[in-house]
Design a binder for this molecule. Sequence first.
Ligand code: PLP
Length: 305
Amino acid sequence: MTSSAAPDPAVLSPRLPSPLQELDDDRFARRGLRLLLKRDDLIHPELTGNKWRKLAPNLRAAAGRTVVTFGGAWSNHLRATAAAGRLLGLRTVGVVRGHELADRPLNPSLARCAADGMRLHYVDRSTYRRKAEPETLAAVLRDLGVEDPYVVPEGGSNVPAVRGCRALGEELGDHADVVALACGTGGTLAGLAAGLPPGRRALGVPVLKGGFLAADVQALQERAFGSRRGTWWLDERFHFGGYARVTPELDAFAEDFTARHGVPVERLYVAKMLYALVALAEEGAFARGTTIAAVVTGSPFPERS
Ligand SMILES: Cc1ncc(COP(=O)(O)O)c(C=O)c1O
């Protein structure tokens, strides 16, 4: 496919800026706090949330080349990339963690990727861990045999993605004092914080255990903008045991949030961030009069039970 044949993602009519809704929630109101939801989950039905903000600049940069990217068996990022490929007529390849999966029936997430035309390529876990090392990446690409691929890292967090997420901060502008979002690789936080006006703060809630994220976010900002940007901090207490761990308590919290506000709550990221905000409000972490915006960075994948 030539670059002139690659349509711009704007043809997919994203809903931008995404809606900002005020919620009536007594857990915040009784402490003099306002809670807003930044509904990035409504940007596009298939490229929801931060997926749109991170993928759109990469799809432009790919300019019709085959997009090769990485993810686990339930990766939201792989599904979004596959959907983008179908919608825009781009070839996509997903490098999937876990060689053993090659011999098993596809789970619903990978089945969706395959149905959207993504070619799936499985690698063992040790290769997957080393995929950012140039020799390992070169070997994986050689195995794929794709000519002139456009490589997007796991989670989609590269320089174009981080720059793309700046628009999230710009859209929020002075509507909120504190903006909260869940973090995986930290790319969305890195961009968001850079786009906020002076005096506004971003709170990241990591969903992985490990304590490495602050350094990663700073490194992403240095690569994308040349230096650390904006005011941001992390609260590392709300990972619920680590990536993809969902406890009955978290599940009940998310169900209750949906019952109160009619908003579907994605469990692996969004639920942990909303839980953190309620806990922080209870602790008195925010001064009375603070307006908090919670970013809904994705929607639930119904087939994941
Ligand atoms: C729904 C959702 N929210 C938040 C994130 C975290 O984004 P990031 O990896 O940029 O920190 C992800 C992962 O991309 C996600 O799928």
